[in-house]
Design a protein around this ligand. Structure first.
Ligand SMILES: Cc1cc2nc3c(=O)[nH]c(=O)nc-3n(C[C@H](O)[C@H](O)[C@H](O)COP(=O)(O)OP(=O)(O)OC[C@H]3O[C@@H](n4cnc5c(N)ncnc54)[C@H](O)[C@@H]3O)c2cc1C
Length: 325
């Protein structure tokens, strides 16, 4: 039986939400097209994720255990997936889209003479063809891409699909994987993370994002208070990362991070297309802006027109009261 193979990305002992979204959608796609669904975990201890993965119903799980997977390095992932592609002969291989998967997918496609469609917002199988839609040019344009290659790699933007449980019991195969670190052409020397990243922005369920409207330290404090009251991650527009109010690691948008939370607060953000490119997949968008004509309101589920310096303290206080009660 032809199959779909899904890469399951993990970090800090957890499966990334974006991978569960891809796995959930691929379960449906496999069922609709009479295909098998396989999942691959590359980790220092992959078996710890088996129970969680079974909630999403893959038919088979490949576990590849190796210390080299403690941090992302492209070469071992490319070698590991090459091995899996030969073992499983999938029709389609799906990844959650990240910077690193772009590199991995390109190399894999070249190695296996296959097609790669990166960063899709949706994809489906249509007979022999894989049809995908990808936002391009800072998400101004949606491009339609089709491939009838025998093997297609896709990476899927986070937030494109919902997670959906479908409990099952997968067959588990422990795949022996050897990797000679001496052959690495680049090595990872240090992982630098910002002390301010209390909640991982890319995976956060709630994001409070600040724009130029917050002006100064006082505004920054109001943003952090709101984020703390919600257990949310803090994000920022380029205007406030460039001014130094927030670190560059928190920038959301075309040249920053792509986020897809359940709830996104855009506070004092005008809604420039380059910012929207990084947050348009958010489920519920709340915009707070004193300008009723600000473009961000075109994308907002709820809009509050007013001064953020008056709105944020009231909002934070209300949230604290609701949580306490
Ligand atoms: C190649 C390129 C790449 C880019 N990449 C990115 C990117 O990745 N991410 C990104 O964010 N930008 C990016 N930009 C910049 C982008 O074009 C905008 O300049 C930027 O997003 C504007 O940030 P802002 O909305 O915070 O500021 P502004 O556009 O200045 O908006 C500030 C908003 O705050 C409101 N405001 C002011 N005071 C208050 C108040 N007291 N209460 C309520 N509201 C108030 C104003 O009405 C206004 O709408 C990029 C630009 C280029 C050219």
């Amino acid at each position: 039986m032809s199959k779909i193979l899904v890469h399951v990305a993990t970090a800090d002992g957890k499966i990334k939400r974006s991978s569960l979204e891809v796995l959930s959608y691929c379960r449906k796609l496999a069922d609709d097209n009479g295909l098998g669904l396989e999942a691959a975990v590359l980790d220092i201890d992959p078996s710890r994720y088996t129970d969680a993965l079974n909630t999403y119903g893959p038919d088979k799980i490949y576990n590849l255990k190796h210390p080299i997977f403690s941090n992302h390095l492209s070469s071992p992932v490319i070698d590991a997936f090459s091995l899996l592609v030969e073992k499983s002969s999938p029709r389609l291989v799906a990844f959650a889209s990240t910077e690193s998967t772009k590199e991995v997918m390109g190399a894999l496609a070249a190695r296996h003479n296959a097609a790669a469609i990166p960063d899709v917002a949706s994809f489906t199988l249509n007979g022999n063809s894989v049809d995908a839609e990808r936002p391009v040019m800072a998400a101004k344009v949606l491009s339609k891409t089709s491939s009838s290659s025998d093997l297609v790699f896709v990476s899927v933007r986070s937030g494109s699909y919902d997670t959906a449980e479908k409990p099952g019991t997968a067959e588990v195969e422990e795949v022996a994987f050897d990797f000679d670190e001496a052959g690495l052409k680049s090595v990872l020397k240090e992982v630098i993370s910002s002390a301010g990243d209390k909640v991982d922005l890319s995976e956060a369920e709630v994001v409070v994002a600040a724009g130029r409207g917050i002006k100064d330290e006082e505004g920054r404090k109001l943003i952090e208070d709101l984020a703390n009251s919600l257990g949310a991650a803090v994000g920022a527009s380029r205007a406030v990362t460039e001014s130094g109010l927030f670190p560059a690691t928190l920038q959301i948008g075309q040249t920053g991070k792509v986020v897809s939370p359940q709830l996104y607060f855009a506070v004092g953000i005008s809604g420039a297309i380059q910012h929207v490119a990084g947050m348009a997949n958010s489920k519920v968008i709340v915009a707070i802006n004193k300008d009723p004509d600000a473009p961000i309101f075109q994308y907002a589920t709820y809009g509050l027109v007013g001064d953020l310096f008056k709105i944020l303290p009231l909002l934070t206080e209300q949230i604290k009261q609701v949580k306490a009660g």
